[in-house]
Design a binder for this molecule. Structure first.
Ligand SMILES: [Zn+2]
Length: 158
């Protein structure tokens, strides 16, 4: 058994159930580029100034389909990997990690047992695990035998 298969099997056997909210399709909300096209980001302020515009509800997308993906993942204290992120100078993107924040190390899609990647997720993709909801703040790529598994640093929302 290769190392990736062992890792995946370990998550299936010992991981914690979680759900990820994913969005597909739709068009970009005008609020996304209100602060420039270089790094489009949701703008609550734009929606305040344009109350009659369709509200994208923080997703930055209009008319997209929301789906929920069931995964299993290893939940660890975000501060356990936070120091590594600190050394790489990423705090400016994430903000300070709080005690309730978590890191999700590796994930498997429950429906087919495949390696699930956090890489394309952003803070609009809410993850619910252990009864709380989190926003993805930063993702890490961890190569195992040529395949990339991912970890996600998540900020607690509720
Ligand atoms: Zn919007």
């Amino acid at each position: 058994m290769d190392r990736l298969t062992r890792f995946i099997n370990s998550i299936i056997a010992n991981g914690t159930a979680a759900t990820v909210k994913e969005y597909s399709g739709g068009t970009q909300c005008p609020c996304m580029i209100s602060r420039g096209t270089e790094a489009p980001a949701y703008s609550a302020d734009w929606h305040r100034r344009n109350p009659s515009a369709t509200n994208c509800n923080g997703t930055g997308l209009i008319g997209s389909t929301t789906s929920t993906v069931s995964i299993k993942t290893m939940v660890i204290d975000a501060k356990a990997v936070g120091d590594e992120v600190d050394r790489s100078g990423k705090w400016t993107e994430i903000g300070k990690l709080e005690a309730d924040d978590v890191a999700l190390y590796g994930a498997v899609k429950v429906s087919d047992g495949s390696n699930y990647s956090f890489a394309d997720l952003t803070d609009k993709n809410e993850i619910t695990v252990l009864g709380n909801t989190y926003a993805v703040k930063y993702t890490l790529k961890i190569p195992i035998d040529g395949t990339v598994v991912t970890a996600a640093l998540c900020r607690r929302l509720s």
